[in-house]
Design a protein around this ligand. Structure first.
Ligand SMILES: *[C@@H]1O[C@H](CO)[C@@H](O)[C@H](O)[C@H]1NC(C)=O
Ligand SMILES: *[C@@H]1O[C@H](CO)[C@@H](O)[C@H](O)[C@H]1NC(C)=O
Ligand SMILES: *[C@@H]1O[C@H](CO)[C@@H](O)[C@H](O)[C@H]1NC(C)=O
Ligand SMILES: *[C@@H]1O[C@H](CO)[C@@H](O)[C@H](O)[C@H]1NC(C)=O
Ligand SMILES: *[C@@H]1O[C@H](CO)[C@@H](O)[C@H](O)[C@H]1NC(C)=O
Length: 438
């Protein structure tokens, strides 16, 4: 009798413990080599002794806010144009704990190490980041995914290689035992952090236009598509909802307006997922260091009324692309797992350095800011209507554009059409229509 009572209590407590919220962080790019007091963004704050090889040129296309640039501050919490230093990492973790010390789970969409690091500081930065996050959240299901900077050298992801071995050693505490062989072979795995939800962590670096490897099976690198379809079948049969997470999302990047995945892989991805559009609830990605959304139409519209794949793209913690550090908390409906709201948090690096104290502030609530009808959650249709509103109402787009960079600076020309364009042709068609509406 006593035992049953205790079991019932434990059950009640554990149900009660779910607060239907989870955190999403992305692109930390922690760099143990970073010294933002000694160096500035001209050497990415890592000093001349390190390689200055910087494969990303996005930051060259971005403008530093002149007002901030001309006012001197210390680089205590980092600098725009540089990666995350130790103090910024510590302040991030303390603010995450402050926002939610017991989220249902945490999604981490990749890129742990700073840019331009040689192998030693690169692996050291990876390990330090993983240890710090694990220490802060030892009892929370933390779900990582592989970013291009999580393999060495950048973008060099291949099946069953030493990068996957290294990442497994670094992330072992987070990879379920029955997923280890899949992780070691292709870098992907599933977790079921709460009843009724399957989260699929994909290795999207295999599909990147910047991955120069050739694959034994070029149609399906490391068999990940076959594996993905199997996970979707299993989830659907179990009546589970699915979140898909990865680092690089299928669609167009906002800097070069180019496809981020090789186009055949993007086609295969939507070909597979189209059959599971009522099972797949949302996607979570990172990579572009901008807080954006996407809503891409599935291949087969006739299958259901749920025609768009909604993607929530994390902005970054690193301020390297002239943005402020940002992370988000999502609320979801306990039964359908639909996303019902998002709250973003940011801290202005310039103000924080000036004050000698991180100035974390709530940045926005998604539903309030954009006037979303979230009666049925925030799915592809809701994101698509938001895009239509942005095309016609300038102030709504201006908010989105400001939040894209963590309230650093509005830095995009009209980007609304990127939201549901999966290809350049679709982007051009949408831009043409939008120009005629506005
Ligand atoms: C960076 O620091 C160097 C050396 O102190 C200085 O010459 C240069 O003007 C600085 N550049 C920027 C962008 O602040
Ligand atoms: C992975 O690589 C190891 C070492 O090269 C090899 O022994 C093993 O058979 C490979 N596993 C698979 C599934 O290909
Ligand atoms: C899409 O999937 C179908 C079967 O489901 C297959 O016959 C077709 O070749 C696939 N197309 C592409 C482009 O992968
Ligand atoms: C902290 O950030 C908020 C939001 O940007 C701003 O309103 C506030 O003035 C900042 N605090 C200080 C002391 O600058
Ligand atoms: C969840 O989202 C789907 C797709 O937008 C929608 O059809 C369904 O009604 C939603 N369920 C709930 C309970 O809001």
């Amino acid at each position: 009798m006593k035992i049953i009572l205790i079991l019932v209590l434990v059950l009640i407590v554990s149900i009660d413990a779910l607060n239907n919220q989870f955190l999403h962080i992305s692109d930390v790019h922690y760099s143990s080599a970073m010294n933002s007091l000694l160096y500035n963004s001209s050497v990415m704050c890592i000093g001349p002794q390190f390689t200055k090889e910087f494969d990303h040129h996005e930051h060259e296309m971005l403008v530093e806010d002149l007002e901030r640039l001309n006012l001197p501050t210390s680089g205590l919490y980092g600098r725009y144009g540089c990666d995350t230093n130790q103090l910024l990492l510590e302040e991030l973790i303390s603010e995450m704990l402050n926002v939610n010390s017991n989220p249902d789970f945490i999604i981490y969409t990749g890129d742990g190490a700073g840019h331009g690091l040689p192998n030693g500081p690169w692996s050291e930065s990876q390990s330090t980041l993983a240890k710090s996050l694990y220490q802060a959240y030892p009892n929370t299901q933390f779900i990582p995914t592989i970013g291009n900077n999580d393999v060495f050298p950048d973008y060099n992801s291949q099946c069953n290689d030493s990068n996957l071995q290294f990442l497994y050693e670094t992330w072992a505490q987070w990879i379920p035992n029955n997923q280890v062989s899949s992780f070691l072979y292709r870098g992907s795995f599933i977790v079921q952090p709460i009843p009724g939800l399957t989260i699929i962590s994909l290795n999207t670096i295999l599909y990147s236009v910047k991955n120069k490897n050739t694959f034994a099976n070029p149609q399906d690198p490391c068999g990940q598509f076959a594996w993905l379809e199997q996970q979707l079948i299993t989830a659907k049969q179990a009546g589970n909802h699915v979140y898909i997470m990865g680092h690089i999302f299928p669609g167009l990047d906002p800097f070069y307006l180019q496809g981020t995945w090789k186009s055949q892989y993007q086609t295969s991805f939507f070909n597979i997922t189209s059959d599971y559009q009522t099972t797949i609830t949302a996607g979570f990605f990172g990579h572009i260091h901008r807080d954006e959304i996407r809503s891409i139409q599935y291949n087969d519209e006739s299958l259901s009324n749920n025609n768009y794949f909604p993607m929530f793209i994390g902005s970054s913690i690193t301020p390297v692309y002239f943005n402020n550090p940002t992370f988000k908390q999502f609320k979801y409906d306990s039964l359908s797992k639909n996303i019902t709201d998002i709250t973003a948090y940011f801290s202005d690096v310039y103000i924080s350095n000036l004050k000698g104290q991180m100035n974390w502030t709530k940045e926005y609530d998604f539903v309030d800011t954009y006037g979303i009808d979230n009666q049925y959650g925030i799915g592809g249709d809701e994101l698509n209507s938001l895009m239509q509103k942005m095309i016609t109402v300038n102030s709504i787009f201006n908010n989105y554009d400001n939040y894209r960079s963590g309230s650093y600076l509005s830095d995009s020309p009209s980007m609304t059409c990127l939201i549901n364009a999966a290809t350049i042709d679709e982007l051009n068609a949408c831009t043409y229509t939008a120009a005629n509406v506005a």
